[in-house]
Design a protein around this ligand. Sequence first.
Ligand SMILES: [Zn+2]
Length: 193
Amino acid sequence: MELLRSLPGVGRRSAERMALSLYSWDGEKLDALSSNLHTLKQRVGKCPRCGNLSGDDSEDGLCPICASPVRDASVVCVVEEAARIRNIESSGVFKGVYHVLGGRIAPLEGRGIDSIDADGLEKRIAEGTIREIILALSPDVEGQATAIYLARRLKERGVKISRLAQGLPAGSDLSYADPATIAAALSGRTSFE
Ligand SMILES: [Zn+2]
């Protein structure tokens, strides 16, 4: 129960229900879960191009989105965490690729520019195939500080920089937005000034 409680959104009662439910599982099902957990870190890695999660069966370790021939590699949506990709994919409107920063800038908490993968993004832009960067960061202070930093840094690179249209509730993040809201925010994106 203690360990289950460290999962997001799981309180004491839910952890208790989960633990009791696990106890009622048969041995085979428990073994399957346990071996999946045991090999999780070996089987799931990070995409070397975008930082999304990727399986060990993929070519060059690329995630399914980077490896897909139908995705438009000239449009890159920049997100804080890999989990956001799932939210944006659920809207079904984005056909480009992603870049995962792995965090955001929070100077007051001692998290500076080294805490995000801006170098990786810059390197990808330097390869010359990217024409638009969409900054899909949280609409809170840290997310916006990160967006402003990136926009300034990438300005000289000759790519179009845009951000999601307003519509996401202030202070909330993409993980709580429904697919229709994300779709509207993406299609109504505005140029970053
Ligand atoms: Zn990828």
